[in-house]
Design a protein around this ligand. Structure first.
Ligand SMILES: Nc1ncnc2c1ncn2[C@@H]1O[C@H](COP(=O)(O)OP(=O)(O)OP(=O)(O)O)[C@@H](O)[C@H]1O
Length: 200
């Protein structure tokens, strides 16, 4: 894989049931700096694609090559383990020291630092979602997967989140899942529209 290519999906075929293929010979390439949106109705295979990319599902056919990934989940309660504090879980995946970057990011995300020392059950869904955005930015991934960032956010609107992600992750590629076509048109270099039948 060339250095600027961070995701290469080549002739992917995937189905849960053979008679109902979700992807058939689907290919996609993402380069650093690109923002591509996967847009489609409920049930067309958006989340399945992310699961294939992160490796929790395996392709029936085809290959997926990817560089370092971070992910913002649709449900923020899936983003963090309940037993450990948020800060412990951020430090687990961010290798470099981030003390210098933290104050600006906390301010932009309207997060108080003390919240990072709490556990998931002590935070609201919106606060947790903003913690997962913070972690994703601090990880400096080559590829960021964003699944519907709007749903759990309370006082940050989705457009601000996307602006923040784009401004802090200029050297990453972003793959976004959304139902919001206006948002997709506003922020994407390319929109891939999934239809009900198998995608090519
Ligand atoms: N584990 C599974 N076993 C069998 N079928 C599944 C499984 N997970 C998803 N599906 C089916 O695969 C199709 C694609 O599901 P997927 O969750 O990827 O869609 P989606 O586009 O992300 O939907 P939504 O927008 O509602 O999140 C759906 O028809 C779904 O019912």
């Amino acid at each position: 894989m060339k250095e600027e290519i961070v995701l290469n999906i080549n002739n992917l075929t995937f189905y849960y049931k053979k008679e109902n293929p979700i992807y058939k010979d689907f290919s996609l390439e993402l380069k650093k700096g690109e923002l591509v949106t996967i847009f489609g109705k409920s049930g067309t295979g958006k989340t399945t694609l992310f699961e294939l990319i992160i490796g929790s599902l395996k392709p029936i056919n085809g290959t997926i090559q990817k560089s370092k990934i971070a992910m913002i989940f649709q449900d923020p309660f899936n983003s963090f383990h309940p037993t450990y504090s948020i800060i412990e879980q951020i430090k687990d995946v961010v290798n470099s020291n981030f003390d210098d970057e933290l104050p600006e990011l906390l301010e932009k995300l309207s997060l108080k630092e003390e919240l990072l020392y709490k556990k998931t059950y002590q935070l609201s869904g919106g606060q947790l979602q903003r913690c997962s955005i913070l972690r994703a930015i601090l990880m400096k991934p080559d590829l960021l997967l964003v699944d519907e960032p709007t749903s759990a956010l309370d006082n940050i609107i989705a457009y601000d989140v996307m602006k923040l992600l784009v401004s802090f992750l200029k050297n990453s590629a972003i793959l976004l899942i959304t139902h919001d076509f206006d948002m997709a048109s506003w922020c994407s270099d390319k929109i891939i529209r999934l239809e009900e039948n198998a995608k090519k």
